[in-house]
Ligand binder design. Structure first.
Ligand SMILES: NC(=O)c1ccc[n+]([C@@H]2O[C@H](COP(=O)([O-])OP(=O)(O)OC[C@H]3O[C@@H](n4cnc5c(N)ncnc54)[C@H](O)[C@@H]3O)[C@@H](O)[C@H]2O)c1
Length: 277
């Protein structure tokens, strides 16, 4: 296989309409792979089309699609069992079962722990935790049947570090992380590796929405880099906010054969923001 990877060619990335998921898809599309981009947002089709189209490489984070890659897109709601089942069935019919699954779909639900209502809590758990269970469970079962495969779940450093205003999100990501690690343990003897990448602040729509929806201005950047003692938030020791490509590089490594002896690992990619607690 020309990508030099024994793991396999058929890659699925959820949450791939933009942000971290799109950067991960781009990373795999630069190799000889069949890359399927899944997202609830119909913009996933435009993302896939842009990825497959030749470009001039004006942005330093852009990665060119390999001429031997093939890029596909599908609208999938990861929190809906029927939608997930249909997506895997269609994938299998068209390209065979996934060899690599990267689960990056997620939502931020912020708000005070004292005022959180049950509906917001349920929505947060439904996408971030139940979605992780539904997608990774099916992928792991298919991979176990094939005797090989690699799964990477994009969780969050908020799963481990308490954050004011992120109680539901942190709880949902902690549930996703715990499920993922138990799944990893169960399928390890069956030839399937399952790992986590837990990002910190990464410059995507999710982070920008927390600061008003525009590109991060200097004040927002300073607040993130310096932290905020008033809410016990540490800054970022490496003094930069991650680009989606930084997270994609870590995911790509864990998914690849270079990580063939790594499973159940949770790789924190946050510039040291949580002191790796
Ligand atoms: N950006 C950050 O600072 C940061 C930090 C830590 C963890 N993360 C995690 O990284 C992952 C990617 O986030 P991002 O920063 O690229 O944000 P993003 O909002 O750009 O991307 C998330 C994607 O998930 C999709 N999605 C949401 N609900 C879905 C559903 N039910 N079914 C299918 N797709 C759905 C969205 O449409 C979106 O395209 C998320 O899991 C997020 O929690 C992000």
């Amino acid at each position: 296989m020309s990508n030099g990877d024994l793991t396999g060619r058929n890659v699925v990335v959820t949450g791939a309409a933009g942000g971290i998921g799109a950067a991960i898809a781009a990373r795999f599309a630069a190799e000889d792979r069949v890359v399927s981009l899944w997202d609830l947002d119909p913009r996933v089709h435009a993302t896939a089309a842009a990825l497959a189209a030749p470009r001039d490489g004006a942005d330093s984070d852009d990665i060119d699609c390999s001429p031997t890659a093939s890029v596909h897109s599908q609208e999938v709601d990861v929190s809906d069992a029927d939608s997930v089942r249909r997506a895997f069935d269609q994938l299998t019919a068209a390209h065979g079962p996934a060899d690599v699954l990267v689960h990056a779909a997620g939502v931020m639900v912020g708000g005070s722990a004292l005022e959180l209502d049950a509906a917001d809590w349920a929505r947060c758990l439904s996408v971030n935790a139940t979605g992780t269970m539904l997608v990774t469970q099916r992928a792991a079962a298919d991979m176990a049947a094939a005797g090989r495969g690699s799964i990477v779940v994009v969780s969050s450093n908020a799963a481990a570090a308490p954050r004011v205003g992120m109680a539901a999100y942190g709880a949902a990501k902690a549930a996703a992380t715990a499920f993922t690690r138990s799944l990893a343990l169960q399928v390890a003897p069956l030839g399937v590796r399952v790992n986590l990448v837990s990002p910190g602040s990464t410059d995507t729509a999710m982070l920008r929405d927390m600061f008003g929806g525009t590109p991060l201005d200097d004040d927002a950047e300073t607040a993130l880099l310096d932290g905020d003692p008033a809410v016990y938030r540490l800054g970022i020791p490496l003094r930069r906010i991650a680009a989606p490509a930084d997270i994609a590089a870590a995911v790509h490594f864990l998914a690849s054969d270079g990580a063939r002896h790594i499973t159940m690992h949770d790789l924190r990619v946050d510039g040291g923001a949580t002191l790796d607690m």
